[in-house]
Design a protein around this ligand. Structure first.
Ligand code: ZN
Length: 241
């Protein structure tokens, strides 16, 4: 199932995408006639840093011994097609990532129970002010600015996916990142166990699983696309601030 939130005829509909149609409220519309929104409104977005070895190396970082965690605020979320507005910074990067969407409130989940709390998976772009990340201790400005968290285009339920998934990022149609989820340093069940040992995860919360190698800058006028096998494509235009 592809779970989606979309706008059509002045309504906001929580429904699904079936083939080339958006379905909800007992009705169907051609997908091309609806505007997809972010498929989830999380209370928090918990992100992993340096969860692909090749990406840690490209930024000159050691590999973490435990999952390196940080937050993006819910106010950073935008949907497919919405503009990423660059903050005033010499370098703002795309980071294409697989996102896990939590399906129910949970705490202290064991790795072998993790599949029970996963609603599904989607694409996420962890847009990062790389310059601020260099001087700012806990990345609030680097990772938290408005529009820095595109999510979408929809949530695909686990029964429709076969892992490993390929995570790719394109800028203006050109491939910049390609990784496989079998390269994750900390696999998803361990990550859910670690986070939920610290805090309650709510229904709709999002875990961004880290970015593969190949990060690079965005510029006004670019279009950036995160594409994940079996899920789909999340495309956003980029604007100056
Ligand atoms: Zn990231």
């Amino acid at each position: 199932m592809r779970i989606a939130v979309f706008q059509v005829e002045g309504l906001t509909v929580r429904g699904e995408v079936v083939g080339e149609e958006a379905v909800g409220l007992g009705r169907r519309w051609p997908l091309s006639q609806v505007k997809l929104l972010a498929p989830v409104r999380p209370t928090k977005i918990v992100c992993l840093g340096r969860n692909y070895a090749a990406h840690a190396r490209e930024l000159g970082n050691d590999l973490p011994e435990r999952p390196l965690l940080f937050f993006k605020p819910p106010s950073a979320v935008i949907g497919p097609g919405e503009a990423i507005v660059l903050p005033p910074s010499p370098r703002v990067d795309y980071e294409g990532e697989l996102a896990v969407v939590i399906g129910r409130r949970c705490r202290n989940v064991r790795p072998d129970q993790a599949s029970q709390v996963i609603l599904g998976y989607t694409c996420l772009n962890d847009v990062t002010d790389r310059e601020a990340q260099g001087w700012e201790g806990n990345w609030v400005r680097a990772k938290g600015f408005d529009t820095s968290c595109p999510i979408g285009p929809w949530i695909v339920t686990p029964d429709e996916l076969s892992f490993p998934l390929t995570v790719e990022t394109y800028v203006n149609g050109e491939l910049r990142q390609r990784g496989s989820t079998d390269e994750l340093l900390f696999p998803i069940p361990e990550v859910i166990a670690e986070i939920s040992s610290v805090m309650t995860l709510e229904e709709g919360d999002v875990i961004a699983t880290g970015t593969p190698a190949g990060v690079g800058p965005l510029h006004p006028g670019d279009t950036v696309e995160v594409r994940i096998s079996g899920i789909g494509s999340l495309k956003n235009p980029v604007k100056g601030g």
